[in-house]
Design a protein around this ligand. Structure first.
Ligand SMILES: NC(=O)c1ccc[n+]([C@@H]2O[C@H](COP(=O)([O-])OP(=O)(O)OC[C@H]3O[C@@H](n4cnc5c(N)ncnc54)[C@H](OP(=O)(O)O)[C@@H]3O)[C@@H](O)[C@H]2O)c1
Length: 286
């Protein structure tokens, strides 16, 4: 698979999003492990997770534990695999998502993620979402402290606007390596953040790139241009969607979620799908 950069690490251009394997509707562990192993077989070296990808209050970190176990149990070389996790969101167990961006909490959350992932330093640690009750600079200051303490190798943010991206990069002393925002054919309002990341050379990780767990399968029926280009190439509209994102800028690294080996294999194939300039313009305008 073609490679892209996160900081000075090269990763496969398509990552794996872990969320569908740990929240509502998650499959059994055997299928999840098969999915993660299929991703590794296909050359995926970026796996995105979060401490908040779990169902009930007693299985916090379900996705981190699952991914750590699956990677450890893989037969091949995993030395190049970058596991990217996040802190700052919580799930009390009633289906809701709450937030805590206080520096004390983020440092505790990072320690817990370190234990679950079984590493001395987390590959990429992302502040999950700005907490309106905590100054953004304080939350990002905690991420800087974690970086300085060597508890995380790389620092990222998520759900940030251009002003927050610039502020975070300043607080981190130019060491912000990634921004993870929602971006898909149905949700394009992160274009300014994508463009800013391209300008600054910061990786941009589109989340829910296919429209989210419940909409991903309907991408072709919702967006005729994606269906048409897919038919012309004899591939899935989801593959076309990911190829379109990759073509937008060299900093883009989509992280499609998967809970089945077939879907991550199909997504990885998008890294080899070449779109003509005309196809790209039609998709961009769709
Ligand atoms: N930072 C944030 O706030 C935030 C928020 C949401 C998500 N995320 C991250 O972003 C990742 C991706 O987002 P998402 O999982 O919400 O949505 P998504 O990637 O848009 O959609 C996921 C669904 O797409 C299906 N799929 C994947 N590849 C496919 C293909 N080639 N053909 C057909 N269907 C395909 C999967 O089905 P199967 O399950 O059947 O395999 C999966 O359930 C998450 O897993 C998570 O890591 C971050």
């Amino acid at each position: 698979m073609q490679a892209r950069s996160i900081g000075d690490v090269r990763v496969g251009a398509i990552g794996l999003g872990g969320m569908p394997m740990s929240i509502e509707g998650r499959p059994d562990e055997e299928r999840s492990v098969a999915t993660i192993h299929a991703a590794l077989d296909a050359g995926v070296t970026l796996i995105d997770t979060a401490d908040a990808y779990h169902l009930t209050a007693i299985d916090v970190g379900h996705n981190e534990t699952l991914i750590a176990r699956a990677v450890a149990g893989y037969g091949g070389d995993t030395s190049e695999v970058l596991i990217a996790t996040k802190g700052g969101h919580l799930r009390p167990g009633d289906g809701s998502w709450t937030q805590n961006g206080s520096p004390e909490y983020l440092k505790r959350a990072c320690d817990a993620s370190l234990k679950r992932l079984g590493v001395e330093a987390i590959g990429l640690y992302q502040f999950h979402r700005p907490d309106p009750t905590v100054p953004y600079a304080d939350s990002v200051g905690a991420i800087r402290d974690l970086l300085d303490a060597g508890k995380i190798r790389y620092a990222g943010i998520s759900n940030a606007n251009p002003e927050q991206i610039r502020l975070a990069n300043e607080i981190l002393g130019g060491r912000l390596v990634s921004v993870q925002n929602q971006f898909s054919p149905a949700f394009r309002s992160s274009e300014p953040e994508l463009e800013l990341c391209a300008e600054l050379g910061i990786a941009f990780l589109p989340w829910s790139p296919l429209g989210g767990i419940s909409n991903a399968g309907r991408l072709g029926s919702r967006f005729a241009a994606f269906q048409q280009v897919a038919q012309d190439h004899g591939v899935s509209p989801q593959q076309v969607c990911l190829a379109w994102m990759l073509a937008k800028a060299p900093v883009v690294i989509p992280i499609p979620g998967s809970s089945r080996p077939e879907t991550i294999r199909d997504s990885v194939a998008s890294a080899e799908l070449e779109l003509s300039a005309d196809e790209f313009s039609r998709l961009d305008a769709a």
